[in-house]
Write a protein that binds this ligand. Sequence first.
Ligand code: CA
Length: 540
Amino acid sequence: MKKKIISLLLVSTMFATMLTGCESKKQDEGSQVTENVVEYDYYQDLNIIDDNYRNFYEIFVYSFYDSDGDCIGDLQGVIEKLDYVEYMGFNGIWFMPIMPSPSYHKYDVTDYYAIDEAYGTMEDFEKLVEECHNRGINVVIDFVINHSSSEHPWFVQACDYLKTLEVGQEPDLSVCPYVDYYHFTKEQKNNTYYQVAGTEWYYEGAFWSGMPDFNLQNEGLRKEIEDIAKFWIDKGVDGFRMDAVKHFDAGADVNNATLNWLYTACKQWNPDFYMVSEVWEPMVTFSKYYGSQTPSVFNFDAGQETGMLFKAAKGYMSATQFVDELLGYDKTFSSYNPDYIDALFLTNHDMGRVAEACVNNEKNMKMAAGLMMMMNGNPFVYYGEEIGMNSTSDMDENKRLPMYWSDVVRAGVTDGPPNCNLSIESSFEAVDEQLKDGYSLLNYYRHAIRLRNENPEIARGEIAKVEALCNEHHAVMTKTYEDSTIAIAINNTDEEVHISLENTEIMEMAIRGYLTLQGEEITLKDGVLVMPAKSICILK
Ligand code: CA
């Protein structure tokens, strides 16, 4: 594999201060750092379509990049790293919650119309959206409406009102409508119900007492949520990531109606609005949520450590079985919503990282990413996975560690969540070093995303199996999108495979791009495709 090294000047956003800790950081904003980055001479032209099929990067702002020296990541820090995000090929970002919250993770909101002051200001957010859109990057924000913070004024006022009632007295919703915004009862139905101190009333908090569950059937609350949605859409937000959807109410049918109500409302303000829902359940359950007719539901069958992608990457599942899984996803999801867009991930902020799942086996880590990037739909890459950051699954905080930018340039590096274990070491180099190594995990991700950006068939195409070329050693599928067909050949074994294309429907095709572990070449000579261990080839 031929490659050439070129230089890219990253302007004014990286600081060359060499200090060891955030506390003692002194930023030298005048300095510039020249990074060597890698270009490949077999790149095809980009063919990026401006629709809702995108390559997403999931950013936890708190741990990403700090712009003002308080060791907490912020929106201005994200702006300073958008060149990096764009360089990787991402054209969408999912921001974990950014609204004011008493917690570091901010999944308990106290004000749905503002930016948490640790992250910056509304002006910063407006600038961030503008800078993203200038780069063709769509902005998706976490929309947390299963619950609010127990410190949200609605909940505080509801509790204050209930405390004024006599024993046995029923609340008057014309006096305090917020009582019906939540699930208050006089019966402690189970251990997710918490008592309102000094009253006979309990409230539901499915996650914990600090997150009272909303009553999403209340019309007044729905009007408030519509106003909030419109507020953010007016700010330029392109989509919502819907948190904790399975907890909205009991069952997919009622929750689908809730999703459909909000999505329909959002589409009147932006006809291209995107929505992706978290339903952390097995396939049989999460797939039902495509019945909401919203675009995307996270694929918890393909993702997470026990998921299909890791099995295929590690070789526990053949490439042919992998293709069969993709056909199965399409059949199932499209039966609920023919316009579905699969939402793919290897990990997210709630689970151990890829390095932990693969015990730092770089080959398997690359293959997991490569296989995901060959799937239809939208991949969501959790920040730091592209450099193989590590985690320990003991605490959520240790899945959300500071982005590992550099060993020498400390500016911008955050302290991470409270009580996180900063001694968890990565087995892989930091961003600045991986940028310079053409065969790094980072450059594997970048190359894989590049293939998606060159070939719109990968995300959008109709899949067909090339049966004659599918066996226990390798598999070939075609993807057809708008009269253009590509083939994707996969070898997920640890051995080289030779695939004869003769007398198949793809025999006239040529190599268009490929992914190999360490830059090994894939060749096509005399109708025989030679693929090294754990490699993927695009033909057209
Ligand atoms: Ca900061």
